[in-house]
Design a protein around this ligand. Structure first.
Ligand code: SF4
Length: 259
């Protein structure tokens, strides 16, 4: 696919949880991981696919960079007033690296603040070119033990850790996003390992804790896919506060996000 075309599955306006200020979040389709707790299972496959109850019963649409920029620019006044901008999310937006790169170039030309919400699970030679074009990284860290990471996500965390180190060495602004998945990511050992890794990096000033929730269940049904975590209950406030307390040993700024 050309650098100027890509597949997106949603655009969210007036987003307030995807970086600073008021933002437009563009969701690119495709992800190398297959986390069973995924809140956006419709993001995983790279191409448009059948889903019940959507327009034409399909999720995912091919768009040009110009199409997306037209949508982004509708909200420029709000970005300026709120110190917001645009966030590219997924899925994993770097699965469509050339398209993302072209979008970042256009935003830069128009002086629009950019955030990339990434798993970092991308070879460094593909990840590196977008680093200097991006103002803020929302960076997912899930599991430090690599065999556990492979077991649950289907992917090694090798690239994730390597790319995060590179961002840190370059002094980029980074917010870590940690999904709190009961019985999988929330063990004391995993939190300690993530916390120690983060504190070995220079410039991580914030960790956002994202509690598992069950609202994706209907999406799995509409995609006719099994929701392997259908019976798992979301973490209680008490357990979220405990995860927060454990992370506070490693960094002061830990927030529970409930969007
Ligand atoms: S990395 Fe994110 S988008 Fe990809 S499968 Fe996991 S939860 Fe879903």
């Amino acid at each position: 696919m050309s650098r100027t075309c890509g597949i997106i599955f949603d655009i969210k306006r007036f987003a307030i949880h995807d970086g600073p200020g008021i933002r437009t979040t563009v969701f690119l389709k495709g992800c190398p991981m297959r986390c069973p707790w995924c809140h956006n299972p419709e993001s995983q496959n790279k191409f448009p696919e059948p889903i019940k109850g959507n327009k034409n019963n399909v999720i995912g649409e091919e768009k040009t960079v110009a199409d997306i920029m037209q949508e982004i620019e509708k909200e420029v006044l709000f970005y300026e007033e709120s110190k917001g901008g645009v966030t590219f999310s997924g899925g994993e937006p770097l699965e469509q690296a050339e398209f993302l790169d072209a979008l970042l170039d256009e935003c830069r030309k128009k002086e629009i603040h950019t955030a990339v919400d990434t798993t970092g699970d991308i070879p460094p030679d593909i990840f590196n070119p977008i680093i200097d074009k991006t103002d803020l990284f929302l960076y997912d860290l899930k599991i430090m033990d690599d065999s556990e990471h492979i077991k649950y996500t289907g992917e090694s965390n090798r690239f994730t850790l390597q790319n995060l180190k590179t961002l840190s060495q370059k002094g980029k602004r980074i917010i870590i996003r940690f999904p709190v998945i009961p019985g999988i990511t929330d063990s004391e050992d995993n939190i300690k390992a993530v916390g120690m890794f983060i504190s070995s990096l220079k410039n991580i000033r914030q960790i956002d804790l994202l509690p598992y929730h069950r609202i994706a269940d209907s999406k799995y049904k509409r995609l006719e896919r099994e929701n392997k975590m259908r019976k798992v209950m979301p973490p209680t406030d008490k357990s979220m506060n405990e995860v927060k307390r454990l992370f506070k040993k490693y960094t002061r700024n830990v927030e529970i996000r409930k969007e």
